[in-house]
Design a protein around this ligand. Structure first.
Ligand SMILES: Nc1nc2c(c(=O)[nH]1)N(C=O)[C@@H](CNc1ccc(C(=O)N[C@@H](CCC(=O)O)C(=O)O)cc1)CN2
Ligand SMILES: Nc1ncnc2c1ncn2[C@@H]1O[C@H](COP(=O)(O)OP(=O)(O)OP(=O)(O)O)[C@@H](O)[C@H]1O
Length: 184
């Protein structure tokens, strides 16, 4: 089970690298997502590492509509994700695992909408992540939050292997399409 996930992660990382280097594009907020952003809402974004799809155009659209942006912060593979308020333009700090993270001086706040990085997603909107279970644990802790995957179109597979703790996404947005509630 774990081995299959590991093999798929390696394959999806190289697919994603190749796509981002040759085609790429901008991931824009589809109308169904824009309609959700409202003043006072807390939206979690992330700073892409490697060839991850960049959610910043969506985060800026949310900020323009009055939402507060938070970014994930971890101290290790084992630690829980904490979300800290980040204002566009504020400096980021180098963290573990190649991450660019917000300062922990920023107020901690739990997101209403979680823009989620991923390695692969499937037709049922299951998600394969980096394998540390960071977002899986966030989804368990914040079951009311709206979970939106951000990805390149090449990251879509027909069926992912799932484990008992995997929580499916509500929607996914790519450079080419929107799925699930992000498309409704
Ligand atoms: N941009 C981004 N921020 C994020 C995540 C993420 O996936 N992407 N996370 C999601 O949980 C959390 C951090 N967790 C992580 C857990 C493992 C690895 C990891 O194994 N990295 C690989 C290299 C990844 C790559 O270059 O694509 C490594 O260290 O070998 C990275 C982040 C919170 N912030
Ligand atoms: N809700 C949870 N509570 C405690 N541990 C969890 C939870 N969810 C996942 N884990 C642990 O995290 C590990 C990795 O899970 P998995 O391979 O599904 O990660 P992933 O979803 O691909 O990664 P990520 O969420 O970090 O991007 C597993 O060993 C699992 O035991």
């Amino acid at each position: 089970m774990t081995d299959d996930k590991r093999t798929l992660r390696a394959r999806m990382r190289s697919l994603r690298d190749e796509f981002a280097m040759t085609i790429g594009g901008v991931i824009e907020a589809p109308p169904a997502l824009l309609a959700r952003f409202a003043p006072g809402m807390i939206v979690s974004s992330y700073m892409p590492i490697g060839s991850e799809a960049d959610p910043s155009a969506i985060a800026f659209a949310a900020a323009e509509r009055g939402a507060t942006i938070v970014l994930p912060h971890v101290t290790s593979r084992e630690s829980q994700v904490r979300f800290h308020v980040w204002n566009p333009g504020e400096p980021l700090i180098e963290g573990p695992l190649g991450l660019q993270q917000p300062s922990t001086d920023g107020v901690e706040a739990e997101p209403d909408i979680i823009l989620t990085p991923l390695l692969a997603f499937d037709a049922a909107l299951n998600r394969l992540g980096q394998g540390a279970g960071h977002y899986d644990r966030v989804f368990e802790r914040l079951p009311e939050a709206w979970r939106i995957g951000i990805a390149w179109s090449v990251q879509r597979v027909e069926t992912l292997i799932t484990d008992s703790w995997d929580v499916p996404l509500h929607g996914v947005v790519t450079e080419a399409a929107a799925y699930g509630e992000a498309a409704a």
